[in-house]
Write a protein that binds this ligand. Structure first.
Ligand code: PLP
Length: 353
């Protein structure tokens, strides 16, 4: 069998999502707010009326029009993907030649490095400092030295929750000579998007997803937004029927209820602030506990005995995300869930430290 497996396949570490079921699931940054039963009824009705035997619209025209309206861009500046994950893959594989360099930062979204590796690109990863702040200077100086073909980062960042201000991203765009892909997966929870600058830059691609703020992780829908010329290239490169018919039926119905979604986002932000304040207060006199500011629907912190705390929470049927070197990330769940998690987390920390 071995002779059929390529060297690049052998080098890939499998991504292992949590298979086990936990009652409180705070590891993947999905929305804690389900799509309402009224909206789901509407979707069910619409799906019943579709015959399903034909391929879906290859360009997801209605979905792109909805997105354009919602975010005040032009439909021709938008392409839809099977999650923004698919678009990251397409962008890396088609805008770069093998061995071309990508500039990334760490910690950041792990899939960037994964796709770079799959496509045989060289990924230069710059380590962030203990404050986890990414500055325009860091990006520009490293770009000047490394001369990458592409710079790719999430803003605000997953997993740190920290973001660059809009003006800082524009500073980067003006001072580098390569493509800049800004992954705004969590920008619905913050207000520093560069979407309204799309027309001003030839080297900007913005990624968005419906998996986080829009409660559609199960539907797999994401977007790339850029000048029409760049979007036309991505349309050529993506697989033809990448967004399935069920998603193309459901998403416009959910988009039609965008105001309801906004209300949910506001509630999640309030809840994040509540949890942040509690942990900040708890961390005040503790060397071993550091919590980071967040513009997202999750919180990132460093604490001593992180591994044991992670295991301890699992025993209370809570799953969060665990990173190397003592860092943990908690997605914001419901208020009730978060009160329970805070209690268990603080108890575990106090017992172990
Ligand atoms: C969740 C996430 C994505 C993936 O979104 P999908 O649309 O579900 O594929 C992309 N980038 C970042 C930074 C994310 O956290």
């Amino acid at each position: 069998m071995n002779q059929y497996i390529s060297d690049k396949m052998k080098k890939i570490e499998p991504y292992v999502p949590n298979e086990a079921h936990y009652k409180i699931k705070l590891d993947a940054n999905e929305s804690s707010i389900p799509v309402s039963s009224a909206i789901r009824q509407e979707i069910a009705q619409a799906i019943c009326e579709n015959l399903l035997n034909r391929y879906p619209d290859p360009l997801s025209t209605e979905i792109c029009r909805n997105f354009a309206e919602l975010y005040h861009v032009k439909p021709e500046q938008v392409v839809a993907g099977c999650g923004s994950d698919e678009l990251i893959n397409v962008i890396i594989s088609f805008f770069l030649e093998e061995k071309d360099k990508i500039l990334c930062f760490s910690p950041d979204f792990a899939m960037y490095g994964f796709y770079a590796q799959v496509h045989g690109n060289r990924c230069v990863t710059i380590q962030k400092g203990e404050d986890m702040v990414l500055t325009p200077q860091m990006i520009i100086e490293n770009a000047k030295r490394e001369k990458p073909k592409m710079i790719l980062f999430s803003n605000p960042c997953n997993p740190t929750g920290i973001g660059l201000m809009k003006e800082e991203v524009l500073e980067v765009l003006q001072n580098v000579e390569c493509l800049v892909v800004v992954d705004e997966a969590y920008m619905d929870f913050w207000n520093q998007s560069v979407l309204d600058e799309i027309e001003n830059y030839d080297n900007l691609i913005v990624l968005r997803t419906c998996s986080k703020a829009f409660s559609m992780a199960g539907l797999r829908l994401g977007f790339a937004v850029a000048k029409k010329e760049l979007i036309d290239e991505i349309k050529k490169a993506k697989s033809p029927y990448n967004v399935n018919i069920l998603t193309q039926i459901a998403a416009p119905i959910i988009f039609a209820h965008a105001r309801e979604v906004r209300t949910g986002v506001v509630a999640i932000i309030e809840n994040r602030k509540y949890v942040y304040n509690k942990l900040k207060e708890f961390a005040k006199d503790k060397e071993g506990f550091r919590i980071y500011k967040s513009g997202t629907n999750f919180l990132y912190f460093k604490c001593s005995h992180a591994d044991e705390i992670f295991e301890e929470l699992k025993k209370s049927d809570i799953i969060i995300r665990h990173f190397n070197n003592g860092y943990l990330r908690i997605s914001i769940g419901t208020q009730q869930e978060m009160d329970f998690v805070l209690e268990k987390l603080i108890a575990a920390y106090e017992r172990l430290n």
